[in-house]
Design a protein around this ligand. Structure first.
Ligand code: 5GP
Ligand code: MN
Length: 336
């Protein structure tokens, strides 16, 4: 059932013990919104626990209170009044769904979230779930401490590519400005998010060597196979290196996450990649979406390239002839 933000605030006010969670493969917005919510609810004297069923990327473990995020244990059970699911529908929270029978309050900004069997507040015009939480603090009358502001700003910054993507709206800048007034230092957030080890920078160069163009240069892909994946803790930002290519509409990153588990990230300039991701069992936004393919790396690569090509033919972004040609070209060999 879709509810308003005022109703979200009421559900929160009525609950005493609350679990907060977000999606697996957590990003800055998932972790930032979880940690902001944890702190906001504590200022309201709620008993709060934060769970995410995944390892936190190292660039986010230094966020305030990140050490409080737990992974659910085998057969763990917790009674609570409310389970708040942030930045995803319940299908991407792993085992957190099994640890409690509490009613679900789902707060998200993904247009693909259709979770109407629970209390759902979805605002697709919000750049980040953190932007929604920012507005929620006003309704709740909660004070935004510097630590809360740091978490919210991190989510805003990471989901907007530091205020560069098309989801960046005047409201995003207004929220960011107020968070800076609350004590956030934008340069320190950027430094923290962008920090890489020397080895990871080296991997960036190796990753770029794998990049290939498809469909007359309108699609570009980067391939982090098992070998390359072992050398890096993060693939954050890699896709941004190739999406800038002038001929490209759709950029994707295929990463090996384990035997027959491949993660797909997609970005676009005009194509609705959320539709392609949904066809492959994932979701996301018009210009940024993703999915997981339980296939070998080679199979995943073929399935993904075909799915992108078919959708681009359907939406007249490439011609059937370009699709049929099915040629891949290394960046160095591409001429346009
Ligand atoms: P990223 O490429 O940064 O991992 O994800 C881009 C966007 O798509 C994010 O907003 C993310 O939440 C969403 N997304 C990525 N993977 C999945 C997925 O497997 N399922 C769904 N529903 N959304 C995804
Ligand atoms: Mn998000």
């Amino acid at each position: 059932m879709k509810i308003t933000l005022d109703e979200v605030a009421k559900k929160i006010s009525d609950a005493e013990k609350i679990l907060v969670t977000a999606h697996i493969n957590p990003d800055g917005d998932a972790i930032g919104s979880t940690l902001a919510m944890l702190q906001i609810l504590r200022t309201m004297n709620k008993k709060v626990f934060a769970y995410i069923d995944d390892k936190l990327p190292k660039n986010f473990v230094t966020l305030p209170f990140a050490e409080e995020i737990q992974r659910p244990q085998e057969n763990e059970k917790i009674s609570a009044d409310l389970l708040i699911i942030l930045d995803t529908a319940p299908d991407r929270i792993g085992k957190v769904l099994e640890i409690t029978d509490a009613p679900i309050l789902n707060i998200d900004h993904h247009i693909t979230n259709k979770n109407e069997e629970n209390f759902l507040y979805v605002e697709a015009t919000a750049a980040a779930t953190c932007e929604i939480i920012f507005h929620l603090t006003k309704i709740l009358g909660a004070n935004i401490t510097e630590d809360i502001a740091i978490c919210l700003y991190t989510g805003l910054a990471t989901d907007t590519g530091f205020f560069n993507y098309s989801n960046t709206k005047p409201a995003t800048f207004r929220a960011a400005a107020e968070l800076v007034e609350c004590g956030v230092k934008p340069n320190l957030i950027a430094e923290n998010v962008e920090k890489r080890t020397a080895r990871e920078v080296q991997v960036t160069s190796a990753a770029l060597q794998t990049a290939k163009l498809f469909y007359d240069g309108k699609v570009v892909g980067m391939f982090i196979d098992e070998n390359l994946a072992k050398k890096t803790d993060t693939t954050e930002g890699l896709i941004d290196l190739i999406r800038v290519i002038d001929s490209v509409d759709v950029a994707f990153l295929l990463t090996c996450k384990g035997e027959k588990i491949c993660r797909v990230s997609m970005r676009s300039k005009t194509v609705d990649v959320s539709k392609i991701a949904q066809k492959l069992g994932g979701g996301g936004h018009v210009r940024a979406a993703g999915c997981t393919l339980e296939k070998s790396f080679d199979d995943a690569k073929n399935i993904l390239i075909r799915a992108i090509g078919e959708f681009m033919v359907e939406t007249k972004k490439i011609s059937p002839a370009e699709f049929e040609e099915d040629k891949e070209t290394l960046l160095a060999d591409f001429e346009n």
